[in-house]
Write a protein that binds this ligand. Structure first.
Ligand SMILES: Cc1cc2nc3c(=O)[nH]c(=O)nc-3n(C[C@H](O)[C@H](O)[C@H](O)COP(=O)(O)O)c2cc1C
Length: 267
């Protein structure tokens, strides 16, 4: 027989108290771990920037990644004019604070793209974007640019790195996507990524991006092979997304104006 203290109201009170205690524990954990999560995410992005630039050594510790990344200068660029933007004019202490993907969804900091313009499937373009520049012995040696766009199932977020000519690719990689492992997910395969190294983004006019992902592989006899990368077998749709987003970001809507300024030494 139930004792007097096993009443319905007592059970409800105990359950409620338990819920409140648990939610306080979860909230405190979420709030106190937030800085750590942000730090880890920043570290991941830094290691992806280094990886795209071909500077990430295997097994690098967090400190080594931070140290290598500190060699880069982070700047903000007005995508329309290609000119640098002072972070303080946006109320920021430095360019690293800029949240590009948040800006892209803020109507005050972005514009919507027409379907003709939007080959990357991103809908909105921020007015300002981050760029990561590496100088070696006083000379520009790497330009790392954030890129994103639609794959088959997801938006792909990554970086492309160019050499100082603002044309030759030094590396490319994606740090966030949800394409199918083994199919579209092969964009993370180091052997596929390696194919991008030394490809040329632009044709002779140095204006129109000409990257093409082709089925059946690229060999020494492939015409214009300097612009071509092997498409992913069984994942043509993801590959087409990558082709479109790279051409978008290298083109006039993306970093085109900035890259031509850089080539002329005037950014
Ligand atoms: C479960 C499932 C997952 C798939 N995931 C991808 C993917 O991530 N990327 C992709 O391009 N195609 C994916 N596909 C295949 C596409 O539907 C399509 O067949 C393919 O992109 C065509 O590429 P192909 O011309 O090289 O065969 C997937 C198909 C299935 C059934």
């Amino acid at each position: 027989m139930a004792k007097a203290k096993d009443t319905v109201s007592r059970t409800v009170i105990v359950a409620l108290a338990l819920c409140i205690v648990c939610s306080i524990i979860v909230s405190v954990a979420a709030v106190s771990l937030r800085p750590l999560q942000i730090e880890n995410r920043n570290l991941d992005i830094k290691s992806n920037i280094l990886s795209a630039a071909g500077l990430l050594e295997r097994g690098s510790s967090s400190d080594q990644i931070r140290e290598q990344f500190n060699r880069f200068t982070v700047r903000l660029v007005n995508l329309e004019t290609g000119e640098y933007v002072d972070p303080q004019s946006l109320g920021l202490n430095d360019a690293m604070e800029f949240e590009q993907y948040r800006a892209a969804s803020d109507p005050a900091q972005s514009r919507s793209l027409s379907s003709r313009e939007d080959i990357a499937g991103i809908r909105r373009l921020p007015h300002v974007a981050q760029v990561f520049l590496l100088e070696e012995e006083g000379e520009l040696s790497r330009i790392v640019l954030p890129i994103h766009g639609s794959g088959l199932w997801s938006t792909l977020y990554g970086f492309v790195s160019l050499q100082a000519d603002a044309n030759t690719i030094a590396g490319l990689g994606f740090y966030d996507h949800a394409e199918t492992p083994g199919l579209g997910g092969e964009i993370d395969n180091p052997r596929w990524k390696q194919q991008w190294v030394d490809r040329q983004v632009f044709g002779d006019d140095l204006r129109t991006p000409r990257i093409e992902l082709v089925k059946g592989g690229v060999d020494a006899n492939t015409p214009d092979r300097q612009h071509k990368v092997d498409s992913l077998a069984g994942a043509t749709l993801t590959a087409r997304g990558v082709e479109n987003l790279v051409n978008f970001w290298m083109g006039e809507q993306g970093f085109g104006a900035y890259l031509s300024r850089l080539r002329q030494g005037g950014a």
